[in-house]
Design a binder for this molecule. Structure first.
Ligand code: XUL
Length: 540
């Protein structure tokens, strides 16, 4: 047996996917949903309630309790033997940070299997909550960092992204400004990914180049902490950050806590964790250029493999490290599944009824446009909630249902131009990728074939594949990535959704009115009524 385990610590859940590399089978797919199973932490959709809609924090103790619960489930599962696991790697929601005090090193080293992770690591937190990727409260800190470096474009040239509110550097700066004493007491600042890896390994794990690139702190070409960015962000920061390491580094053997409590083998290797998007890149098999992936999760992301870092001139997207040692481009849309969910709930629809409305309405929505900024938006930058309707009544159920999905797909098409990819094939993943009505609109708007995957958990699967790759490399039996992913990270050929030629034509023009509406709402551009009327006259 050669079982490799991938964990995904995401916004709303902790998931596990295990693969058998020899038989090429997925032998386990499990998930703990925070809202359902860990209600006592008071989170909604994995986020702590806050009166300011720009603030989004979560509870790191909830992630720890989920890890204990998940291990317990794995141990008690029939047909799965935890002691067969050769190596574990993981994926973490990107950008989120965990703040630890001077007790952390010892606490990690001496975890007692008779007590819970939550109770033993609570005293090691120097900050109770963790800012996560949905936080947009650091615009001022972003501006300050960019002006210290010279400009947003300069920051992007250095780190792969201009300063973004959710990125870890601006978040750390805000913490250092507002809570200086606690900042000074934080002897280690981890990402969600490196924190979870540290717990498993019983010692501080490194930040990998994939997730490290989402901090506005890593030099994207040299793949090291950037001295200029550290200086522009917060005092004494270098000493507080873990070391950086390639994604395929072995952190060490699993902590005896997991051996004694859950019967993992003491030989189990812990591999550096990465961000969920770099892991998904592997989980959908994007190890060369040419295709792109759209992940429909809590956030919607649009990403692809890149051999060299290519940076967006408009400052809209990001360059992260790929777990293969290359690069990936990514654009993140915050109003993903939560926006779809808001519309579905508003009109009291089941998902079935939602999909029916999509199938039974016309491409282009008769020119009606919904700008679905239910929460602050990352791409394009919208600082606060601002749902705007053009020619669309709030009472029009079909129009709003089609409106939210068309807006998401059109926005992706418009804001991904800088990547310069002629998209002929799209791989769809994430929870909502199971919905073929949504995928039809995706295919039509992008005029591309869309494929689904049999395993929806691309980040956890990618992590399991990374574990296998890193283990083989460390044992002197490195296999090419093509070989590692074969049979696992492949789209379901039967699932192909073809674009409808007529609809694709409509969307070519629809993109223009969508752009005009966006421009009007966000940049004070011309009233889009004119273009909307023309579109309506043509396509009704
Ligand atoms: C990417 C981003 C989100 C999170 C979701 O930049 O912010 O996709 O990684 O977990």
């Amino acid at each position: 047996m050669s079982i490799f385990l991938g964990l995904d610590s995401s916004t709303q859940s902790l998931s596990a996917v295990a693969i058998d590399l020899e038989s090429r089978e997925i032998v386990l797919d499990k998930s703990i949903n925070f809202d359902k199973s860990l209600r006592e932490f008071g989170c909604k959709n994995g986020v702590l309630p806050h009166r300011d809609p720009a603030v989004a924090h979560s509870d790191p103790l909830m992630w720890l309790k989920a890890l204990d619960m998940l291990c317990e489930e794995l141990q008690s599962m029939r047909g799965f033997d935890v002691s067969d696991v050769v190596a574990v790697a993981g994926s973490g929601q990107q950008h989120g940070s965990v703040y630890l005090n001077s007790k952390a090193t010892d606490a990690l080293k001496s975890l007692n299997p008779k007590r819970s992770l939550e109770h033993q690591l609570k005293p090691a937190l120097s900050r109770k909550s963790s800012p996560i990727w949905m936080d947009s409260s650091t615009r001022r800190q972003c501006d300050d960092i960019e002006s210290a470096i010279g400009s947003g474009a300069k920051v992007a040239g250095l780190t792969g992204s201009s300063c973004f509110e959710r990125f870890t550097g601006p978040q750390i700066r805000k913490f250092a400004e507002k809570e200086r004493t606690r900042y000074d007491k934080s002897s280690k600042i981890h990402l969600v990914s490196s924190f979870m890896a540290s717990v498993l390994a019983g010692k501080h794990a490194p930040v990998d180049h994939g997730d490290g690139a989402g901090m506005n702190l890593m030099d994207i070409t040299r793949k090291q902490w950037s001295a200029a960015m550290l200086k522009a962000t917060a005092p004494g920061l270098k000493a507080k950050l873990p070391r950086m390491a390639p994604s395929d580094s072995v952190v060490g053997r699993i902590s005896s806590y997991f051996v004694d409590k859950y019967r993992f083998s003491p030989k189990t290797k812990i591999i550096a964790w990465s961000g969920d998007n770099p892991c998904s890149l592997i989980g959908v098999g994007l190890i060369s250029s040419g295709r792109i992936c759209i992940s429909l999760g809590t956030s919607d992301t649009y990403f692809g493999f890149m051999p060299q870092p290519l940076i967006s001139a408009e400052g809209e997207g990001h360059v992260f490290g790929s777990p293969t040692g290359d690069y990936m481009s990514l654009i993140c849309f915050l109003n993903g599944s939560l926006a779809r969910e808001k519309v579905r709930r508003k009109y009291k629809l089941t998902w079935n009824a939602f999909s029916k409305r999509l199938f039974h309405s016309n491409p282009g929505n008769g020119g009606k446009v919904l700008l679905p900024y239910f929460s602050p938006e990352i791409t394009p930058n919208v600082p606060g909630p601002m749902v705007t309707r053009y020619g669309l009544k709030e009472s029009d159920v079909k129009g709003n249902v089609r409106g939210v999905v068309e807006a998401q797909m059109t926005s992706m098409a418009i804001h991904s131009k800088w990547m310069g990819v002629k998209t002929k094939t799209i791989y769809a993943t994430g929870g909502a990728s199971a919905n073929r009505a949504i995928l039809q609109i995706m295919a039509d708007v992008h005029n591309a074939d869309v494929y689904q995957f049999k395993v929806g958990q691309s980040a956890a699967l990618g992590a399991a594949l990374r574990a296998a790759h890193a283990h083989l490399k460390a044992s002197g039996n490195e296999q090419p990535w093509e070989q590692i992913i074969a049979g696992f990270a492949e789209p379901d050929r039967e699932s192909r959704v073809r674009p409808n030629k007529e609809a694709a034509k409509v969307y070519r023009d629809f993109k223009k009115i969508y752009k005009a509406c966006e421009n009007h709402a966000l940049h004070g551009g011309k009233d889009p009524l004119d273009v909307q009327t023309k579109f309506k006259a043509r396509y009704g």
